[in-house]
Write a protein that binds this ligand. Structure first.
Ligand SMILES: *Cc1c(COP(=O)(O)O)cnc(C)c1O
Length: 439
């Protein structure tokens, strides 16, 4: 007898960012396969992957080049270690990442998630200043509504109260500034410049904060302020990297080279967990010395630089070239914008924020108890698309490989789902004021 997957799920699983009490009241959607930009459930139903399997997928599911690269690597070795050993994939990938990254980023430190990529940058920045004798630089600046992952270090520089406030007593002290406001950043740097190790931010778009798009010039201005006050800049491109905003990396759009570049999500085309923290030769040099000087970066994860993941990441970059992914993306971004403009005219929609292939569609201040975003998710599922909201914001993050027809279909499903979701909730329930977002 086939195992009863929903039953096993309800009996034993605990899902991330999920209130299990609500989860077990609904039948879980069980995905069995993928094909291009579609996910297919155990009953054979097909769903457009409207959020790129949590903002990771790039070239679609079961891409032959990525599939083959992983199979070939399985036939060599699936894991050894980066501690005391090297392997071809890790070294080749490092060189390829350096070649496409903003100038000056010459060193690659691997880990396996976005949170660790950010933590590594924070620890490196801190230790770098300590080792230069600049040991007053112990604190960090980050943005309100910023998100850098869920481990304690990355939560310390997080700015989303709903996710982060509970843990405040466990976190290190930071300076949080309003996003998109260069004058606010300047005030903090002017006042605390000497105590600061680094500024960490998501360049151009704050994803988990609700797809908040910064004003043009903001990133450039922050880079200049960091230079002026001797503060390092950590660009967390975990979400915006690998073409998501229309260029390979978001920093390119403002001609900015950060001191640290954090990469994850799209790095393997959305296939396997891998992350990289890139930094400059100057930072790297600050860690050199004889073993007994203890300038070593004492940090590493067991699966760091895993060979299967590196093989997938190399194939991901190959496909960017062979399919001219970024070039072919540009007209699709224009279409996405045009389709979203129509969504923006709907009575049910209060605001749309979009850059490249990232968009947030606000439905206004609904009572969190109504779970309006979740209602849209369920309606979209019935119509054949997977989307995941951030509170009352419907989020669309399609794979870069999506076709124009699929994109139109995704937007039609989204529009119909918003109408149906709003119609299913009593209008009298629309609350005044700003309701907190509910994941
Ligand atoms: C998703 C995300 C992270 C965390 O990545 P994980 O792999 O989930 O740990 C960090 N930073 C940004 C900007 C993200 O969007």
């Amino acid at each position: 007898m086939a195992p009863d997957i929903p039953r096993l799920d309800h009996d034993h699983l605990w899902h991330p960012f999920t209130q299990q009490q609500g989860w077990i009241e609904e039948e879980p959607l069980v995905i069995e396969r993928g094909e291009g930009c579609y996910l297919i459930d155990v009953d054979g139903n097909r769903y457009l992957d409207g959020h790129s399997s949590l903002w990771c997928n790039v070239h679609g599911h079961r891409h032959p080049t990525l599939d083959a690269a992983i199979r070939e690597q399985v036939d060599r070795v699936s894991h050894s270690t980066m501690l005391g050993l090297s392997h071809p994939g890790a070294a080749e990938l490092a060189a390829r990442l350096v070649a496409i990254a903003p100038p000056g980023l010459t060193r690659v430190f691997y880990s396996d998630s976005g949170a660790t990529a950010a933590e590594i940058a924070l620890k490196m920045a801190f230790q770098y200043h300590q080792q230069r004798g600049d040991d007053g630089r112990t604190s960090f600046v980050h943005l309100r509504e910023g998100y850098h992952g869920d481990t304690i270090g990355s939560v310390s520089v997080g700015g989303i109260d709903l996710f982060h406030a509970t843990y405040r007593p466990l976190l290190f002290d930071t300076h949080m500034v309003e996003p998109g406001d260069a004058a606010a950043m300047e005030r903090v740097l002017a006042e605390h410049g000497e105590e600061l190790a680094a500024v960490i931010l998501e360049p151009l778009v704050q994803g988990a904060g609700g797809m908040l798009v910064h004003p043009p010039g903001y990133l450039r201005a922050v880079r200049e302020l960091c230079d002026r006050y001797g503060v390092l800049l950590i660009a967390d491109e975990v979400a915006v990297g690998f073409g998501r905003t229309g260029t390979m990396f978001a920093c390119e759009q403002e001609d900015v080279a950060p001191d640290f570049l954090c990469l994850a999500k799209g790095i393997t085309g959305g296939y396997l967990p891998l992350a990289a923290t890139l930094t400059t030769e100057a930072i790297y040099d600050g860690f050199l010395g004889a073993a007994e000087e203890l300038r070593t970066f004492f940090h590493g994860h067991t699966y760091t630089g895993n060979p299967l993941a590196c093989a997938a990441a190399l194939a991901n970059l190959d496909v960017f070239e062979s399919e001219r992914t970024l070039e072919r993306l540009q007209p699709k971004i224009a279409l996405f914008e045009a389709l979203l403009a129509r969504v923006g005219e709907m009575d049910e929609v209060t605001e749309i924020r979009q850059l490249g292939f990232m968009a947030g569609i606000d439905l206004g201040d609904w009572d969190p108890a109504l779970r309006m975003g979740h209602r849209v998710t369920n309606e979209a599922r019935r119509r054949g698309a997977i989307v995941r909201p951030l509170g009352n914001t419907v989020v669309l993050v399609p794979p870069l490989a999506i076709s124009e027809d699929e994109l139109r279909s995704l937007l039609t499903i989204t529009t119909d789902s918003i109408v149906a979701a709003v119609a299913s909730a009593p209008a009298a329930e629309r609350s005044a004021g700003t309701a907190p977002p509910v994941a």
